[in-house]
Design a protein around this ligand. Structure first.
Ligand code: NAD
Length: 262
């Protein structure tokens, strides 16, 4: 049997209604996991495909600890535990510090960082109960490797998410709970990217700029896809990565390596 098979495992994916989370939920389900998607925006367009893959959908605001607790408790009802958590829900925040309100800060940090922390709290408690271990993946960003000038609050949230990943990985390796991060570059066909492009004065030129910023995307002449990020998440939650923890995989086509050639 392939080491990527997840049969018998329960996986929770936050922000699974669209983009990277949706691609991840579908890929994990296709590899045999019982998947529960938690999102504050459940989209009817997912109903048929999710039903086919027996993916459960729960309306959850990940900024609220109590709702994450309920999501994990619901997910435990299938086998008594959860095996996999993907903390993927996230929002952008393209503002300079002088324009950032306390509400902006809270919205971004609560969604991108606090939610992952409390998701880990309840997932780790579930995984600790029977000593069988588990796997957690946090969706960070290339902004979690190198901060970006245009979105300092987002960069701070993702840099801290990488810090959270390493810290909790260190604390829970002894429990066979592996905690890793993925750091995607600009990913097309996502709510986040579409929102950016909708704001752009020249959509086609902006797409070109995103592609140009990422050397492999540029060589391929296209953006990174949600499915390409999901493939790394599948690897990290599977037994193929059984000795991998506290690390991050950059799925950014080389964007975070340095300044690309002209
Ligand atoms: P997306 O907007 O398609 O997906 C984000 C999902 O999170 C949505 O379904 C949204 O409803 C959900 N969500 C947001 N706030 C929530 C909340 N409070 N409670 C519950 N659900 C909530 O965009 P995406 O690009 O697929 O984003 C997924 C992750 O990938 C995010 O963490 C994002 O920061 C990260 N990321 C995206 C890119 C990119 O270029 N798209 C690059 C790097 C990292």
């Amino acid at each position: 049997m392939s080491e990527l098979q997840l049969a018998g495992r329960v996986a929770v994916v936050t922000g699974g209604a669209s983009g990277i989370g949706r691609a991840t939920a579908k890929l994990l389900a296709r590899h045999g996991a019982k998947v529960v998607v938690g999102d504050y925006r459940l989209l009817p367009e997912n109903d048929a495909e999710f039903a086919e893959l027996v993916i459960e959908q729960r309306q959850v605001d990940v900024r609220r600890e109590v709702e994450l607790k309920e999501l994990i408790e619901f997910s435990e009802t299938f086998t008594g535990r959860i095996d996999i958590l993907v903390n993927n829900a996230g929002i952008a925040m393209v503002k300079q510090i002088v324009d950032v309100s306390e509400a902006d800060w809270d919205a971004c940090l609560d969604t991108n960082l606090k939610a992952a922390f409390f998701g880990c709290k309840y997932a780790i408690a579930s995984m600790l109960r029977d000593g069988q271990g588990g796997a957690i993946v946090n969706t960070a960003s290339n902004a979690g490797i190198l901060p970006r000038a245009h979105d300092p609050v987002y960069s701070i949230s993702k840099l801290a998410l990488v810090g959270l990943t390493k810290s909790l990985a260190l604390s829970h390796s002894k429990d066979r709970i592996r905690i890793n991060a993925v750091c995607p570059g600009p990913v097309g066909e996502t709510g986040m990217m579409n929102a950016d492009l909708d704001k752009a004065a020249d959509r086609a030129a902006t797409v070109k700029q995103f592609i140009a910023a990422s050397p492999l995307a540029r060589a391929a002449g296209r953006m990174i896809s949600p499915e390409e990020v999901a493939a790394s998440i599948l690897y990290l939650v599977s037994d193929a990565a059984c000795m991998v923890t506290g690390t991050m995989i950059a799925i950014d086509g080389g964007k975070s390596l340095g300044v690309p050639p002209l």
